[in-house]
Design a protein around this ligand. Structure first.
Ligand code: ZN
Length: 337
């Protein structure tokens, strides 16, 4: 059975302050560059030791999943901060502002992808924020149209994606948590922008959509969503028609009805069988039983056992425990499916 994580893992305490999103780096310059590579190497090994079939860098090279790429792009003024409600006002934050046409200055993640490739024989997944999520995390002081700005970012992501593939990525994943906040737009220009970001790629492509990290603002928001979370219903049919190969869905302690997986008959489904909102570590049997439950809605050969979302905010030991549970649970489930 294929196994992978959504993307992020905790930074070791010597690299950044643990259990905190946006934690500042503890080194700088060449020392920092080496420390990031060392951290990625630890997590490649931990993913391999857990038996995962796909590994990634755990986002050890970036401070945040969106700003990690934006800080290398021209046309963004980091001194012009705009107060903006993001993910449909779930959080209000000061965001940087686009003040000129956006353009990539140089290769951003290519060397990182090459580094992971050179240290594993497993499948390598590289992750980047999707165009809609980028546009929901930055203010527009130039384009005057969110769609137009999304397409401009999609072109930059496409340049990156082609380089990641050339560097050895087997899967390029776009993270689109914003799809849940703007479900109608997601089915329209959101998916159109994804297609633009992946054009020309021959490797597999994935989209990770989710209800966010297990942080306080999200836990509160989730309480307001009712007993059944059916947001995915609005855009899964359009995603199924798209050329994206893999789509994620939270299935561990989530209120997303499993039957929504039936809307993705032509996709591989990254089924979240690890809860990221609790420090409690799943047993292999719990994980296996979630996978067996998911197999009622999606053929087992299309299941990729996965985490609900990133593990970055968790204590390192908990994240390691959850990786082990994911690998052991998938192996257990594979015996009976
Ligand atoms: Zn997520």
């Amino acid at each position: 059975m294929d196994t992978a994580i959504a993307g992020s893992l905790p930074k070791p305490a010597w690299l950044a302050e643990p259990e905190k999103l946006w934690a500042a780096w503890r080194q700088e310059g060449e020392e920092l560059a080496q420390a990031k590579r060392d951290a990625a190497l630890i997590w490649i090994k931990e993913q391999e030791d857990s038996g995962l079939s796909t590994v990634c860098d755990g986002e050890q090279f970036r401070i945040h999943f969106v700003h990690g790429i934006l800080e290398h792009i021209d046309g963004i003024d980091w001194n012009v901060k705009t107060k903006m409600g993001i993910r449909a006002d779930r959080y209000v934050v000061d965001v940087p502002t686009v003040t000129a046409p956006v353009a990539r200055k140089y290769s951003i993640h290519k060397a990182e992808a090459g580094y992971v490739r050179s240290h594993t024989d497993r499948k390598v997944k590289c992750t980047m924020p999707g165009p809609m999520t980028i546009c929901d995390t930055i203010a527009d002081g130039h384009y005057g149209s969110r769609v137009e700005m999304a397409m401009a970012f999609a072109d930059i992501l496409n340049q990156e994606a082609l380089e990641l593939e050339a560097a050895g990525a087997d899967i390029v994943q776009f993270d689109e948590p914003a799809f849940n906040a703007f479900t109608e737009e997601a089915a329209g220009w959101g998916i159109e922008a994804l297609e633009r970001a992946k054009r020309g790629l021959k490797c597999k492509t994935a989209v990770h959509i989710c209800y966010g990290y297990g942080i306080e603002a999200n836990i509160e928001w989730k309480k307001s969503l009712g007993d059944q979370w059916r947001q995915y219903e609005a855009f899964f049919p359009a995603l199924n028609k798209s050329s994206i190969d893999q789509v994620s869905l939270e299935f561990a302690n989530s209120r997303v009805p499993g039957e929504l997986m039936r809307l993705l008959p032509d996709k591989q489904v990254m089924v979240g069988v690890i809860d990221v909102a609790t420090n409690e570590i799943e047993t292999a049997e719990e994980v296996a039983s979630r996978i067996r439950a998911a197999s009622e809605f999606v053929d087992p050969d299309r299941i990729i056992a996965c985490t609900n979302c990133g593990l970055a905010p968790l204590p390192r030991s908990v994240a390691v425990g959850k990786l082990r549970a994911l690998g052991a649970g998938a192996a257990l489930a594979a015996k009976s499916l």
